[in-house]
Design a protein around this ligand. Sequence first.
Ligand code: PLP
Ligand code: SF4
Length: 332
Amino acid sequence: MITRSRRIVQRDDWTRQLRDAIGDPDALADYVRIPRNQLPGMRDANRLFRLKAPLSYLDRIDKGNPDDPLLKQILPVGAEATRAAGFSPDPVGDLAASPRPGIIHKYHGRALLVMTGACAIHCRYCFRRNFPYRDQQVDLEAVRAYLTAHAEIHELILSGGDPLTLLNTRLAELIEMLESVPHPRTLRIHSRLPIVLPDRLDAALGRLLGDSRLKIVLVVHANHPRELAPDVTVALRDFRPCCDALLNQSVLLRGVNDDADILAELSHRLFGAGVLPYYLHMLDKASGTAHFAVAEATASDIHRRLRALLPGYLVPRLVSEVSGEAAKSPLF
Ligand SMILES: *Cc1c(COP(=O)(O)O)cnc(C)c1O
Ligand code: SF4
């Protein structure tokens, strides 16, 4: 049988790269060549949410520039200790929507499964920075029972933590379980690894996904065009035949991508890698992230300009997540 993964070449061992990720603030300062004393608050903020970034990602940062948009996404800063009105530990009500450990079932027909708390990179703006992952020990038999009892669920979404930090053997168990239930048609994977650690898109993963009877949707997560380094583009293009849809979601972040020209360039580069823009999320109001927030009026202006710059198929939907709503809420 010719598998859909036949084009993927040998990749470097991603598990080693994951282990080698930088987790020490001083090591980060040295790597990006910024004097440690120019990064005040880094050590304190690191105690709130530990720094983590793979070298593959750090190599795309402009050295010596504390305002680099890729650096800002991972650099612990003093502003994270600021309390801001409206910002809370669980801004989107995930804990209330969890019927079983690991399962979040908020939207019709789609259930989200958090199988791991681990990520390859710690994004400072992430709403899950305060999430009590320790409580989420996933039992696949319990997930099977839940799916079986909910015949309307046609899509299972693996989300963060980052599901592609799981080994292929664990993902294979999940796929086998999912295929044993008759009604789910689609497996969707939300992951930042294809962007920050492109070697994760290896041939074994391609076979695992490409050979499943399930429709496979891979939603990657890039916020800035410079994240689409040449090796990322190659890995995504090679992987495309293994998926039925290859999409991107971004978060609108002050000082990173709150600019229509930057977002337009991101869309063009994604398309060059075979990826279509899906969502542009308003920041979820998690404690410690207020300095990344973009006002709604500003976001709408940026999105209007983006619509004028791009063909419709390259415009991501600007949405926010409102606790208790039946879907993501559009903002335009
Ligand atoms: C965002 C989200 C989904 C997926 O929503 P789509 O609009 O289908 O992309 C599903 N479940 C939860 C809990 C979500 O937060
Ligand atoms: S869940 Fe996604 S956005 Fe959050 S820290 Fe992990 S990779 Fe980053």
